[in-house]
Write a protein that binds this ligand. Sequence first.
Ligand SMILES: CC(C)(COP(=O)(O)OP(=O)(O)OC[C@H]1O[C@@H](n2cnc3c(N)ncnc32)[C@H](O)[C@@H]1OP(=O)(O)O)[C@@H](O)C(=O)NCCC(=O)NCCS
Length: 150
Amino acid sequence: MIFSCPDPALDPHFAAKLLSLQHEAYALEAALIGDDRLPPLQEDHEALAAPRVQWCTAWEGVDLLGAVSWHEHEDHVDIDRVMVSPSAHRRGIASELLAHVRDDAHGRQLVVSTGRDNAPAVELYIKHGFKPVEEEEVPPGIWITRFRSS
Ligand SMILES: CC(C)(COP(=O)(O)OP(=O)(O)OC[C@H]1O[C@@H](n2cnc3c(N)ncnc32)[C@H](O)[C@@H]1OP(=O)(O)O)[C@@H](O)C(=O)NCCC(=O)NCCS
C-alpha cells in the first residue's frame, strides 16, 4: 500500500477517481442511516478541490482504495471525510489514514462527525481514542455524532 498526499485541484484525473471513491463509499453510509441526503454524495469535483482542504490517499498500484480529507485550525483539526473502497474494508486503511492526520496535527485535537447509526465509523473512531461529545440533527431527520480525540 502506498500513501500519498496529492492535490485534486492540480490533477483532474485524480479528482475524478476521488469523486468516484467518495460516492461509492458514502453510498454505504447512506444505506446504514437510511438517508441519501449526505453532503459527500452531493459534492462535485470543485468541492474536493476547495482551498485549505488537505488530502491523504491510499493506493494499491493504480487503484485508489482510500482517502481522508481535513482542514486545519489554530487549536484543532477538522476531519471532513474518511472513505475506503468497499473492496478493501477491514484492512486497516482508514486507521492508517487517521494516523497520518494525527501526525499532521502535531498535538492539536482532532474533530470528526459521522452518522449516529454508522456503526463501522463509530467503532473506528472509538477504537482510535475519540470520544463522542454531542449529537446534532442536520439536516432534519439525519442524526450525527461529533467526536473529539482525547
Ligand atoms: C468507516 C470506514 C472508513 C472504515 O474503513 P476501514 O479501512 O474498513 O477501517 P479499518 O480497517 O481501519 O478498521 C478499524 C476499526 O474500525 C472498526 N470497524 C471498521 N469497519 C467496521 C464494521 N463494518 N463493523 C464494525 N466495526 C468496524 C473496527 O473497530 C476496526 O478494527 P478491527 O478491524 O481491528 O476490528 C469504511 O467502512 C467506509 O469507508 N465507510 C463508508 C464511508 C464512511 O462511513 N465514512 C465515515 C464517515 S465520516
